[in-house]
Design a binder for this molecule. Structure first.
Ligand SMILES: [Ca+2]
Ligand SMILES: [Ca+2]
Length: 417
């Protein structure tokens, strides 16, 4: 009865806010799957109207307003499409710009260019992508950077390079490509990517499926690196114990497959497990916890429709042998990256914070590995590409624009609530 009452309330709410009368069956996809009396974040109707969540609160979890006022300060600006960031031990940041430059940002003192970045194919979504310090950075000064690498002719692919950051932070030296996504493709879309280190010192590299109809299908083909999560040793070769090691027709670097375009990932500090967040087309953004050798379903299952409006494949959302997302969004949030919040500055310990190109930080409260609450924060700063937590618990976010900024976000305690 509560569920029915809630469905009715959601219907009335949607009808009021959109000033239209939609028959209840058209709202079914928007129906929260829980019996919580608290409604989800207001987000309009889903694109895939016939979708049913596989379990309660797989989408549209109850909205949870934390009531924290945010103070936002720009610590750098004038970066041409900032994309990825890494925090140095001294509190400075390395920030990639998709268009090709690497920047050193010193909060309070502006930015300077870091030389020696790899040459990139910066058409479309390509360019300089993620950056991450090696676990032994304090002694090795080793930095890893992912980028869309020009290959033969107009082809390109996501590659991972290792370099040494000079002692004065002015240059990348001894840059060496240690992994190349294969096959290369003539596409300017869906490169991924994210670099995350596991507790054993291996790294996960996420890559996209290049978007076009032909490579899209290769997300299901483990003889390619298209639409996969890789698990690599620090030298770029396949990590020990990977699920397809020893299979002649499979790529040994693969950890999981059936991914579309994973630009965000984080390690849960409580478990050491990898989580990823990926873009769907219209609907179908997913939060996943990829496990070894498992298939995350793209382009066979999806809580989405294709850009022109038709179904993806058979238009199904579940299939034997394919994993369900922990959570999905329809309409999309367009996720850049995600973190697990570790600090005390905000009352959000262990929450997931995702940067949203739709213009927000999306905060997820987690209970037993499932999403139990959702909040949208920082909705007045445009497209948010990346998010990083500083040592003091403050947040740095990158805005996705040609005059891109690095914003520092802290609680605003200047005025009473
Ligand atoms: Ca990042
Ligand atoms: Ca990340």
């Amino acid at each position: 009865m509560r569920a029915i009452a809630f469905v009715f309330a959601a219907f009335v709410l949607a009808g009021c806010q959109q000033n239209q009368q939609a028959p209840p069956d058209q709202l079914s996809g928007a129906t929260p799957s829980s019996t919580s009396p608290v409604g989800p974040v207001e987000q309009g109707q889903p694109n895939k109207r016939d979708a049913r969540p596989a379990f309660p609160q797989q989408t549209r979890a109850p909205e949870s307003i934390s009531g924290v006022r945010l103070k936002v300060e720009a610590v750098a600006e004038g970066i041409d499409e900032p994309w990825g960031s890494a925090l140095l031990p001294d509190g400075k940041l390395l920030v990639t710009a998709r268009t090709g430059k690497l920047w050193l940002v010193t909060p309070g003192q502006g930015k300077s260019e870091v030389g020696g970045a790899p040459r990139v194919d910066n058409r479309g979504q390509g360019g300089l992508l993620d950056i991450s310090l090696a676990p032994d950075f304090a002694t090795s000064r080793a930095v890893y950077i992912s980028f869309s690498e020009p290959r033969d002719g107009r082809k390109n692919g996501t590659s991972l390079a290792r370099a040494t950051l000079s002692a004065d932070n002015a240059r990348l030296e001894n840059l060496k490509v240690v992994f190349q996504q294969m096959p290369a493709w003539d596409s300017s879309l869906h490169f991924g990517s994210n670099i995350e280190w596991d507790p054993q010192g291996n790294l996960y590299l996420t890559v996209g499926e290049r978007s076009l109809p032909q490579p899209r299908q290769l997300a299901q083909d483990v003889s390619t690196h298209i639409g996969k999560v890789m698990r690599l040793k620090a030298d770029g070769t396949a990590a020990e114990g990977n699920p397809f090691a020893g299979q002649a027709s499979a790529k040994p670097e693969i950890w999981s497959y059936g991914h579309r375009n994973v630009q965000g990932a984080a390690i849960d500090p409580a478990t050491g497990q990898l989580w990823t967040i990926e873009h769907g087309p219209r609907g179908g953004d997913e939060l996943n916890r990829p496990e070894a050798g498992k298939n995350y379903g793209w382009p066979i299952i999806c809580y989405c429709i294709d850009y022109p409006g038709g179904p993806i494949g058979e238009g199904i959302t579940a299939k034997d042998g394919m994993e369900q997302p922990v959570y999905y969004w329809d309409p999309v949030i367009a996720p850049g990256d995600m973190i697990f919040y570790k600090g005390d500055l905000f009352p959000w310990k262990s929450n997931i914070l995702a940067s949203s190109l739709s213009g927000a930080i999306v905060r997820l409260e987690m209970t037993d590995g499932k999403v139990s609450g959702e909040e949208r924060l920082l909705q007045d700063q445009g497209r948010i590409r990346d998010i990083l937590e500083a040592a003091d618990g403050s947040l740095y976010v990158l805005t996705d624009e040609s005059d891109g900024k690095v914003l520092r976000v802290t609680p605003d305690v200047s005025q009473p609530r």
